[in-house]
Design a protein around this ligand. Structure first.
Ligand code: HEC
Length: 109
């Protein structure tokens, strides 16, 4: 057993997803496309990095974690109807692009 280490729910999922996928090298996304696509996300997710009204901040997430989160909504392993709908509409390329863009944004502080 490893020591009890409190971790947010998404982290353990990401670790699992990474191990299941065998960790292939991630193609890097097109940041400009990501910025364009993010206009849909900023209605809910603040680019300031502040969490507002229970909606998590998504700036500064490492790209591989971001992709794993989006895939978790896509495959409905994560249960949120709004995000499931949004993720299902995005292509792999678009998710990579969003991941590259959001990774490049720095949370404040
Ligand atoms: C209508 C509001 C809304 C919009 C628009 C929206 N989201 Fe979300 N998003 C949420 C909510 C609410 C959650 C938290 C869901 C949960 O509890 O699993 C979330 C969670 C996430 C998470 C997981 C964050 C974490 O750390 O757990 C990611 C990544 C994400 N959204 C990305 C996006 C992207 C990319 C877009 C645009 C393509 C987008 N969202 C658009 C409401 C929204």
């Amino acid at each position: 057993m490893r020591g009890a280490r409190p971790s947010p729910g998404w982290f353990s999922f990401v670790a699992l997803a990474a191990s299941l996928s065998g960790g292939p090298a991630l193609a890097s996304g097109d940041k400009a496309l990501g910025e364009y696509l993010s206009s849909e996300c900023t209605a809910c997710h603040q680019t300031s990095g502040r969490q507002v009204g229970g909606i998590p901040a998504i700036v500064g997430h490492p790209a591989d974690q971001f992709v794993a989160l989006m895939n978790a909504y896509r495959t409905r392993q994560r249960d949120n109807v709004v995000m499931q709908t949004i993720a299902a509409r995005l292509t792999e390329e678009e998710i990579l692009a969003l991941a590259a863009y959001y990774e490049s944004l720095k949370p404040p502080g």
